[in-house]
Every structure is written in C-alpha cells, then in structure tokens.
Design a protein around this ligand. Structure first.
Ligand code: ZN
Length: 573
C-alpha cells in the first residue's frame, strides 16, 4: 500500500479522554474512532490487526476440531425466557421490540441460540461430540464503558460451544480448547497466564481465565512462585487451616469493656491497645432475604464471591442499618458473636484464635477474652476471605505473588445448565434420554489487540509482533524527489509485494523525521530506510522496531533478507 493513498489519520497529541496506553495509541495511530460511548469503528489499519487476530483464532479453532458457524446478533426473547436469563441478565442486555410488539435482544452471548440449534438437530450419541464456534459482534450495555475497545459495549468476540455425552468427554473438549487458547495467545505474541476463575453457581473447578499480564489490567491474579497454581484473586483459595499449629493458652474470663464511639478495627486497636490480629470482625450480610453473620479476623477481608458460592445464594448484600439493629440489638460497629440473632459462619482465620476482642452486640461496648464454643456457637467454618500476599500457595505452600492482568479469554465448563433448561437431550447407548454436557469458550478479539499494545509499546508508539502487525515492512525513502531513491523504492516495493510481504511504501513528500515518527507510532516491525549516501555505497538500512537495532544490508540482498526475517518471525507452521 502507498502511504499517500492510505486512510491513516495519525496524531501527535495524547487524547485527553483516553486513560490507558492502548486506547491512546489506537486513537493516535488511526486504528479506531469513537462513534458514541463504548462504540467504536475500526479504520483500515486497525481492521487489518483485527482480521489477523481473527485468522489466528480461526486456524487454531479449526485445528482443535471446532467448526465455524455464524449466528444472528438479534435474538428473540422466547429462548432467553426458556433459559431463565431474560429475568436474570439485568440491564446489560439490550432489549427492544419489533413492529409486531415482539420482544428481542441483541446477543451479549449465544448459549441460547446454539442450544436451540443443537437440540433440534442432534438426536443420538453417535452425533456427539460437537464443538461449534463463531466470530461475531456482541453487545453488552456496560454501565461504565472505558479504556477504548478494552471495555466497550459493542465488540467482536469468538465464542465456541461444546456438546458432549458425558463428563469425561466434556473434560476432553475443555482440554482441547485450553490448548488452543494457549497456542492462540502465544501466536499473538502475548505474555499471559491461564488462571483458575470463579465458576459461580455452576461450581466445580472447570473455569480458567486467560489473563495478559499488564499493570493496567482490571483483574487481579495470584500465582505461585514454584508450582503452576494461578488464580483470579476472587477465586484464590487459602492454604488449609488444619496445618496451623494450635496455640496453647489459658482461656481467660470474658470481660465487657466500655468503648464509647469506638467502631472500626483501627479505633478498637487503638482504644484497647491490641493488634488487628487480636480482634474479630463481625459482618452482617443478607443472603436471599436471610441475615447471616460472618466472623473474620480483624486484619483480613471477606471475599464476597467465595461467601456467595459457599452459601449457594443468588443475592448477597451487606445488611442495612435496620437489619443490623434487628440482629445485634445495637447500631453498626458493635456486632459480635455472643447473643447474636442469626447463624454464624466463621472464616478459617478464626480457628486458632483465643481470648479475642469482639463487639458486644450492645451500643458502646466490646468484649475481651472471647472464645468460640465456650462463649458462642458457630454454625460452620469456611474459607471466605480474600487471599493476602503474605499467604502461601494452597497447593505447595511456596510463596505467592500478586499481579494484574487483562482478561482476553475464558474457558468454562457449563455442565447441564442450558441443556436442562432448554431440554437439549440425546439418546444414549443404553437407550435413555440424557442431557448434553456443555462448555463455552470466549475470546475478545479487539481486547486481544489492545492487550497486545499494553504489553508492546514504547514512548514512540506501538511495537507490533509480526504475527498481528497491520503490515510487516515500511519502506521509507528519505527524499521521494530524488529520482534514484524513488526508483529503488518502487522496485523494492513491487518485488516484496510479489513475494507475499505486506509492505507500506511511504511515498509522501514529507521530511524524513515525520515519516520515521509515523512508522514508529503505527508500530511496523521492520523499516527499510533508503538514503542517497548509503544507496551510493549499494546499501540500505533495516531498522527493527522492537530492538531498535539497525542492520546495514546490501541493496541486492535486501529482498531476501526481509523475506527471511518475516518468515522466521511468523514461525513455520
Ligand atoms: Zn505452588
């Protein structure tokens, strides 16, 4: 492509409304333009990157045995009512009515549509397993779209759905997708980690998020410094409490203390001259309309996702002041285990605590020297706290580390959630009707491109890996009005294109500095500079965008040099 003919509106200024680097650079490099909140157009340079990511996804999905389909973006309400999600999904589902007053939505995901197709066409175990995928536009009405195409409302996504006869088959399908994802993100040049993720009400350990490591990432992860364990912070398990040594200490008599207006853990610690590890926090939640007290050590936090999964409830909220008063007979800040009018769940952090401080369920009072069993009963112990960086790996006890990441993919074993709700059954070998076991697997296409920029950029702009670069090479004639330079540039441009290299010829009548700046900004991996001095020596310069290395290459050899470098960079497959 000739630069002079390209639609490539680049900019020098950092756009003021772009918070993250990928958003800034995608705007400055002329890749995307915003139409309205959370809705973007891809311009030619950006769309070339998108198509390359899609192509890698396609190749690896096909290689893993999945077959491509294309489903409608507009979906009737009926199938969503069947699955039970018409009510559950909330405001992220964009709903509307057609001229006949029938209700529809724009698909944020396609479990209902694919299940509807498969239940009608698949009758027996002989037709299974199947894995169907599509690359398609989705719409989720995010409350706060931000970070450009990273968290937008309309976005391109690859979504795949597997159907199996039994659990073992479903695990094999899951494993194939896990491997395909690993290849996809490696080929896109990303540093990533598959981390265990929350499975919500479906349960089990079969959900992984693929997180691209980046400080700007919205997801927190924890990983082990010695084994493979890695998990989303919300999911991370805490090392089993049985390992802790029991402290042998004498149980002291309970003592009520007057603590006027002392409510927070800090205030309690200061007032009673104790540490947060000596205090038990009592939080009152309402789980599906029933109040429940959660007791946890003062220096750690409750993980509401773990708590919700443990309780198996649909809704979980901190109790209002009125409910706190009903349950504790006191205003907020003085709740404790003794005499509370609700069940108590104690976090594992309490197991070996003795003679601790706790609220007295009485305004302006706390109690010292509390002890479980002797002073109050606990319904159950559970792991309901957030992991801390001082914890150790739940698998091997080694030190752990925290990091941030961008979720680019998610693999999820759905089980029979949708096949049961929508009656997707098949006739098994034994002549019985059974529900298909499903899995779903997503990849954010635009987000993958944006995540790549988050990991690959410098002060001058984007640094694309060859695999998803919009073009492999840019030829930069220092002076296009120099006849000799122009002739060499035209010939090299034509020859490289003939050999399948994707080339931009910067044929603009601009200063060399301007051309170099644009080439760096849009992140083309290789730049061939044609200057009169070097050309008179029969040489050209090849600059590598990533390493900033400059190789002097003989003019007669530059074509082969570039072809070889591109092929090596793309990898033999
Ligand atoms: Zn470990």
């Amino acid at each position: 492509m000739r630069y002079s003919e390209m639609f490539l509106p680049t900019g020098r200024e950092t756009p003021s409304d772009a918070e993250v680097i990928s958003h800034q650079l995608m705007l400055r490099a002329g890749m995307i333009r915003k139409l309205t909140s959370g809705i973007y157009s891809y311009l030619p340079l950006g769309y070339r990157v998108i198509k390359k990511v899609e192509q890698i996804v396609r190749e690896e999905m096909d290689r893993a045995g999945a077959q491509e389909v294309f489903m409608p973006a507009v979906q009737p309400a009926e199938i969503w009512m069947e699955s039970g999600r018409w009510k559950m999904y909330g405001k992220e589902l964009l709903r509307f009515k057609d001229r006949n007053n029938r209700e529809f939505c724009i698909g944020p995901t396609h479990e209902e549509v694919i299940t509807e197709i498969v239940r009608n066409e698949i009758q027996t175990y002989r037709q299974l397993p199947k894995n169907l995928y599509q690359i398609q536009t989705k719409f989720r009405d995010e409350i706060r779209p931000r970070f450009g195409v990273m968290r937008c409302r309309e976005f391109g996504m690859k979504d795949a759905y597997s159907f199996d006869v039994d659990e073992r088959g479903a695990e094999i399908s899951y494993g194939k997708m896990f491997e395909a994802y690993t290849r996809i993100f490696s080929r896109c040049g990303l540093q990533f980690r598959p981390v265990e993720a929350d499975t919500g009400s479906i349960g089990g350990s079969f959900s992984h998020e693929f997180l691209v490591t980046a400080d700007s990432g919205e997801d927190g992860m924890v990983y082990c410094t010695s084994c493979d364990y890695a998990a989303n912070l919300e999911k991370a398990e805490i090392d089993r409490p049985e390992k802790y040594e029991v402290e042998e200490s004498e149980l002291l008599p309970v003592e009520e203390v007057y603590t006027p207006d002392v409510r927070t853990i800090e205030e309690v610690c200061q007032f009673l001259d104790v540490t947060a590890r000596d205090v038990v926090k009592t939080l009152i939640f309402v789980a599906d309309d029933s109040p429940i007290a959660v007791l946890i050590r003062g220096d750690v936090e409750v993980n509401e996702i773990k708590l919700r999964n443990y309780l198996g409830c649909d809704s979980l909220e901190l109790a209002t002041d009125d409910i706190v008063f009903e349950v504790t007979s006191s205003p907020k800040g003085f709740a404790g285990g003794i005499g509370i009018k609700s069940d108590i769940i104690a976090d594992y952090s309490l197991i070996n605590m003795k003679n601790f401080v706790m609220g007295a369920n009485k305004e302006n009072y706390h109690v010292k020297n509390c002890n479980m069993e002797r002073d109050f009963a606990v319904k159950d112990f559970a792991d309901v706290r957030m992991i801390e960086e001082t914890d150790t790996c739940p698998r091997c006890d080694s030190p752990i580390k925290f990091a941030r990441g961008i979720e680019v993919g998610h693999v999820f074993k759905l089980g029979t959630k949708y096949s049961k709700a929508m009656k997707a059954t098949f006739l098994d070998k034994d002549g019985k009707d059974k529900y298909m076991i499903m899995g779903c697997y997503g990849i954010g296409i635009g987000r993958t491109a944006a995540a790549c920029i988050e990991q690959n950029h410098d002060n001058d702009g984007i640094i694309w890996p060859l695999s998803i670069a919009p073009y492999h090479v840019i030829i930069t004639p220092v002076n296009i009005n120099d006849e000799k330079i122009a002739t060499v540039a035209e010939k090299l441009y034509a020859d490289l294109e003939k050999r399948g290299v994707e080339v931009i010829l910067d044929d603009r009548d601009e200063r060399a500095g301007v051309k170099f700046k644009d080439a760096d900004l849009i992140g083309i991996p290789l730049r061939i500079t044609l200057g009169s001095k070097k050309l008179s020596e029969g040489k050209v310069e090849v600059k590598f965008r990533k390493s900033k290395d400059v190789d002097e290459v003989a003019l007669y050899n530059v074509e082969d040099f570039i072809v070889k470098t591109v092929h090596e960079g793309l990898g033999e497959r």
